[in-house]
Each structure stands twice: as structure tokens, then as C-alpha cells.
Design a protein around this ligand. Structure first.
Ligand code: 5RP
Length: 220
């Protein structure tokens, strides 16, 4: 199976995690796009969605799914999103699609994060994928120096601003053995809007697309 077919498989499998009659938290990316397409087949059975990016909002609305502002929603049962890496405890790196801040906001509204990935995203230790960090522009170099002090190699993502209008650093060369501690540390640096480590907001379930079908991994 191609990677695209694996994404379609997990995107469809995620429908089983949708709670009928609720607002669904919807992530961003090519795997989530498959989920959104599948979600359209049961749109009459959900109230709507809270979206983590302008791109997902456009796709949801084009398919006739109502999109709520996050401020209108207090709690949602499930957030469904992809990841750039996921480890054996459900900790993830996210933000390859530049939507990490809004993804974390919507994940925070949710009782349960369901991660949908193909098997190429499964890792033992996070960090081979360069860690995305959304920053306030005036703190860009200050934050970059701090990553260099940790042994990382921050690179400004050229020609990209997030939906919030901020630049992104992609930090290469980190081996993230303690995601909870590193996320907490980076969150304290002035000028960091969000870091792409999802440890506090880890996945509780991962639907992993493999050549033999969808594996369901539970991390509770
Ligand atoms: C966007 C993300 C995506 O979930 C992540 O990049 C995975 O995307 P894809 O499903 O296209 O591989 O974090 O900010």
C-alpha cells in the first residue's frame, strides 16, 4: 500500500472514534484531510467541528460541515489529528504543517486525542523530525540561541508564517528522551508561542496505518 492509501485507511478508521451528536475537534494535514472527507459521509450525525487551521476550516465548510469558533465551545469529547512523530507512550512531534498552536488549543478542549498516522511516523525516541516552534518574530534569535545551547540546530522555515502571523523555527538534532520536561522548559522561554512537542496533550489512542491494516494502540 502507498503512504497515501495508508492515510486514507486511518482517516476512515477514525470515524469509529467520532461521538455522534457532538462537536468534533479536527486537526490539520494530509492525513486529517482524508478524515475530513470521511467525516462528510456522517455529517448529519454530528453537531459540527472545531478546526485547528484555516486550511481545515475551508475543507470542512466546503463539505457542508459547520465549523465553530473555539471560543464557542467549552469541552469536546475527541480531537482527531495526525502527527509528524509518535513514540510508544503517545508523545508526539507536531507542526510540520505549521498549525501547532491552534492544534494544541483544540487538543486542550478535548477529553481524548486520537492520533491518525501511517506507520512511518512511529519512533522510539522523538527528534529525528525537526521540532517546529512558533515564535514571536522579535524573539526569534533569542529562542534560537537557547536551542543551540541544548545542542539543537534551529532553522527558520523560509517563506512561511502561521495562521497567527508568526514565523517558525525547525530545530534539528534533538533527541527528546523526556518530552514532558522539555515541553515544560521551552514553554517558559519568552517569545515562544507554542512548541511542537505534544506531551501534556499526548495521544490516548493511535490509529496506525500498516500494510496489514489499521492497528489501534492505546496509551492510557
Ligand atoms: C500540522 C501537523 C500535522 O498533523 C502533521 O504535520 C502530520 O501531517 P500529515 O498528516 O500531512 O503527515 O502537525 O501542523
Amino acid at each position: 500500500m502507498t503512504q497515501d492509501e495508508l492515510k486514507t485507511l486511518v482517516g476512515r478508521a477514525a470515524l469509529d472514534s467520532v461521538v455522534p451528536g457532538s462537536v468534533i475537534g479536527v486537526g490539520t494535514g494530509s492525513t486529517v484531510n482524508k478524515f475530513i472527507d470521511a467525516l462528510a459521509t456522517m455529517k448529519e450525525r454530528i453537531v459540527g467541528a472545531v478546526s485547528s487551521s484555516a486550511a481545515s476550516t475551508t475543507r470542512l465548510q466546503a463539505l457542508g460541515i459547520r465549523v465553530f469558533d473555539a471560543n464557542e465551545v467549552e469541552r469536546i469529547p475527541v480531537y482527531i489529528d495526525g502527527a509528524d512523530e509518535i513514540d510508544g507512550r503517545g508523545f508526539m512531534i507536531k507542526g510540520g504543517g505549521a498549525a501547532l498552536t491552534r492544534e494544541k488549543i483544540v487538543a486542550d478542549l478535548a477529553e481524548r486525542f486520537v492520533c491518525i498516522v501511517d506507520e512511518s511516523k512511529r519512533v522510539a525516541v522523538l527528534g529525528k523530525f525537526a521540532l517546529p516552534v512558533e515564535v514571536i518574530d522579535m524573539a526569534r534569535e533569542q529562542v534560537a540561541r537557547r536551542f543551540r545551547a541544548l545542542g539543537g540546530r534551529p532553522v527558520l522555515r523560509q517563506g512561511v508564517l502561521t495562521d497567527n502571523g508568526h514565523p517558525l523555527l525547525d530545530v534539528h538534532g534533538l533527541s527528546i528522551t523526556d518530552p514532558l520536561a522539555l515541553e515544560a522548559e521551552i514553554n517558559q522561554w519568552p517569545g515562544v508561542v507554542a512548541v511542537g512537542i505534544f506531551a501534556r496533550h499526548r495521544a490516548r489512542v493511535c490509529l496506525l496505518g500498516t500494510s496489514t491494516g489499521v492497528q489501534r494502540l492505546a496509551f492510557d
